[in-house]
Design a protein around this ligand. Structure first.
Ligand code: BES
Ligand code: ZN
Ligand code: MN
Length: 521
């Protein structure tokens, strides 16, 4: 009794005072999402001698440095340190030196012999991470041509990402000194960065922020708000949002159904970007946007459930890619779709065994409330196909634990009914550094997903090729004539350890891939 009373008082104390829309527990919602303090990125022909100096290396030889003057003594000291440490400039290697000349620190970063654009970006990312707690401004120079300074800066932008805004105790002051990339043609590098890489880094950041923010901050309604903010004033963009009433009216039973155990209403967000000179028919990117996946009444075990705040990573990366394409004025026509719902168990939640219906009238026996991603994608795919007549549909979703067993965090799973689409996606993965591995879609899978009472069930009985069965289910709702692919990113949307371009936490996987794919026509 006493504890009941106490919890009643507590919930009263935390109860929101205003508006039906306000959700209990959302009192910490900040005005913006993500961190704001980071190094500004700039380009110059020369740089001060008292900044931390990063030198991008391709081998053991100190390269000629445009814009940075090193005295003979400093050169000698660096060369001696390289020899003593057997530093060879291989990709991923670093050597940190202090006490040489006026530079508080000199950091050598390896990019390997004849580095690709991606290898240069990785060197930039590595530098950003190594200098995370270096208060001074940073100057970056080295063995890259002026044309490639923007690549290094791009990597630096991705690598310096942090999400520590909720740490208030004992936190180091974040490094905010500017990062200047020196070279003979700073305005050329600046333009390349501003036109292509800054928008892409903004898109990746949006995806990471949306996924890293906890589920009491980002839920369907606030996801939409944040995407609107990110695209405010960007030319060529139009936004459509369906709320629950609109979706019910259209007969879209799955997105509303998955969200019906949550007080936070479901949404379908569609963002069209049409660049100048682009084709009439858009390509649709459709992302799973489960802002929290408790498993619903098919409740997940407690351990690791908190990671399910990232179950909207597919939707987040779709929006990140649209931000990149739109802000860079790419000559492409895309529609990004986020199927947004929170999967929670309560007295109103859908029960295993319930039958639901998608917009087209197809029926689903919902036997497992934890197989919810495929449900929301069914309605989202049907709606975008009908309303936007896309020439291809690409789904991206944290869909199954099974894909993690198959591919770990090395590749996202690719499923496709269209060979040309599969080939283009695979190539975009290689070029962007977000790699895909194709898994099967066999016609026999239909048998495993048969329902006795409806057109299909959302989960097979017993063991089976889980990732493929999930893909089969989604494909059941896409017209065979429409080229369609599905990316299962459950193994790659979150990283336990930092790599040069991807700090620990939510990775933003898919933004770079979809951006690259859209430009590859
Ligand atoms: N969001 C999960 C998949 C997931 C698992 C993402 C691990 C990231 C890490 C998805 O909704 C889910 O619960 N899938 C089930 C499907 C099953 C019930 C058919 C799964 O993989 O167990
Ligand atoms: Zn899920
Ligand atoms: Mn689930």
């Amino acid at each position: 009794m006493k504890s009941l009373l106490l919890s009643a008082c507590l919930s009263l104390a935390f109860a929101p005072t205003a508006m039906a829309q306000t959700i209990a527990g959302s009192g910490v919602i900040p005005a913006t999402i993500g961190n704001s303090a980071e190094r500004a990125i700039g380009f110059a022909a020369s740089a001060p001698a008292d900044a931390a100096l990063v030198i991008v290396m391709t081998d053991a030889a100190l390269p000629p440095l445009n814009g940075v003057t090193l005295g003979a003594g400093e050169r000698q000291a660096i060369t001696a340190a390289i020899a003593a440490a057997s530093f060879d400039g291989k990709a991923g290697s670093t050597l940190s030196l202090r006490g040489i000349g006026a530079h508080p620190r000199i950091l050598l970063v390896g990019a390997g012999v004849s580095p690709s654009s991606l290898a240069l970006a990785e060197a930039g990312g590595k530098a950003a991470q190594e200098l995370k707690s270096e208060a001074q401004p940073v100057v970056v120079a080295g063995a890259y041509g002026d044309a490639n300074a923007a690549d290094v800066a791009y990597g630096f932008a991705l690598g310096q990402y942090r999400f520590d805004r909720y740490q208030t105790v004992g936190k180091k002051t974040p490094a905010t000194g500017a990062a200047t990339f020196v070279g003979a043609n700073p305005s050329g590098a600046e333009a390349a960065f501003a036109n292509r890489w800054r928008p892409l880094a903004d898109g990746v950041r949006l995806s990471r922020d949306l996924a890293n923010e906890p589920a009491n901050v980002i839920y369907p309604e606030t996801f939409v708000t944040e995407v609107r903010k990110s695209l405010a004033g960007v030319a060529g963009v139009s936004i459509e949002v369906l709320d629950e009433a609109a979706m019910r009216k259209l007969g879209m039973g799955t997105i509303v159904g998955v969200g019906q155990g949550s007080p936070r209403g479901s949404r379908l967000l569609l963002v069209r970007y049409r660049g100048a000179g682009s084709p009439d028919a858009p390509t649709a990117f459709v992302g799973k946007g489960i802002t929290f996946d408790s498993g619903g009444l098919s409740l997940k075990p407690g351990a690791g459930m908190g990671n399910m705040k990232g179950d909207m990573s597919g939707a987040a990366s779709v929006m990140g890619a649209v931000v990149s394409l739109a802000k860079s004025r790419a000559p492409v026509h895309v529609v990004g779709v986020a199927a947004l719902a929170e999967n929670m168990p309560d007295g109103n939640a859908q029960r295993p065994g319930d039958v639901t219906r998608t917009m087209s009238g197809k029926t689903i026996e919902m036997v497992n409330a934890d197989a919810e991603g495929r449900l929301v994608l069914a309605d989202a795919n049907e709606y975008v196909a009908k309303a936007y007549k896309p020439k291809a549909i690409v789904n991206i979703a944290t869909l199954t634990g099974a894909v993690v067993g198959a591919l770990d965090n090395s590749y996202a799973g690719l499923f496709a009914r269209d060979e040309a689409l599969a080939a283009r996606l695979t190539a975009a993965g290689t070029a962007s550094g977000e790699e895909l591995w194709r898994l099967p879609l066999h016609k026999d899978y239909a048998e495993r997903m048969k329902s006795d009472i409806a057109d299909i069930r959302n989960s097979a009985t017993g063991q089976g090729p889980g990732a493929s069965l999930g893909a089969h289910f989604i494909g059941f709702f896409v017209d065979e004539a429409t080229p369609w692919a599905h990316l299962d990113i459950a193994g790659v949307n979150r990283s336990e350890k930092a790599t040069s371009l991807v700090p620990k936490g939510m990775t933003g996987f898919g933004v770079r891939l979809l951006d690259q794919f859209a430009r590859s026509e």
